[in-house]
Design a binder for this molecule. Structure first.
Ligand code: DC
Length: 225
């Protein structure tokens, strides 16, 4: 019997990572945050002083660095850039921008696709991103499209950054989120969109606990648990 896979896609700040992690834990599945992979490349590009739109420069760099993903005993995903644990560094706002830029390059997406598919071949996974249900795992057992209004998402992102001690104002976070949505939705390769067979869940007006219950329900039904 093959392994089960759950794809959760949606814009930044809809609660994907928190909810996917919780549902993965409840199901005993491995949680894979694919945005973290793009962020790691974004950090490498930033550190190398390469412009994210410099396709040739980014692809060249991709061949010279190593990006690895590992899971600790706690089930948390860690990202490694040339062996260095960059799990925290990749959360900074300038890395978000750069990750969004490099993720629009088709060769980058193709390169990082194998890494994502290989993970789903070896165990039951819940994978979150932008194109998991549409491109990476089109045969996923369950597909969920998680959304929320830009304002609700900006508020949550600001809370998260604030808790981590990153000083940034709400208006800037909202502006960044709207700009990132624009880029992710309108890019030519693997744009952010809801798969036809995905279940849409809007978390604008519901809290974390209710969102979790709804998602868990959809997942349990979908995998026949
Ligand atoms: O989910 P996130 O904010 O950590 O993602 C960072 C960037 O990576 C985001 O701007 C879009 C991109 N991304 C993508 O293009 N495809 C994915 N599967 C995941 C993320």
């Amino acid at each position: 019997m093959g392994f089960k896979s759950v794809a959760i896609d949606g814009p930044s700040g809809a609660g994907k990572s928190t909810l996917a992690r919780q549902v993965a834990q409840a199901m005993g599945y491995l949680y894979v945050d694919t945005g973290a992979i793009y962020r790691t490349l974004g950090l490498a590009v930033l550190r190398a002083g390469i412009a994210p739109e410099d396709t040739v420069g980014v692809v060249d760099l991709l061949g010279r660095i190593s990006i690895d993903l590992g899971h600790g005993d706690d089930g948390l995903q860690h990202m490694y850039l040339d062996g260095e644990d960059v799990s925290s560094a990749i959360r900074e706002p300038e890395v978000s921008k750069c990750a969004s830029g490099v993720s629009a390059i088709p060769a980058v997406r193709a390169f990082l696709m194998d890494m994502q598919r290989n993970l789903a071949r070896r165990q039951n996974v819940i994978m979150d991103g932008r194109d998991i249900g549409t491109v990476v795992l089109p045969d996923a057992d369950v597909k969920i499209f998680l959304t929320a209004s830009p304002e609700a998402r900006a508020r949550r992102r600001w809370d998260e950054l604030h808790a981590r001690g990153t000083k940034v104002d709400y208006e800037t976070v909202l502006r960044d989120i709207v700009a990132r949505d624009e880029r992710d939705i309108h890019r030519d390769t693997a744009p952010l969109r809801q798969a036809e067979d995905a279940v849409a869940v809007d978390t604008t007006d519901i809290g974390l606990e209710e969102s979790f219950q709804r998602l868990l329900n959809v997942v349990q039904k979908g995998v026949g648990a």
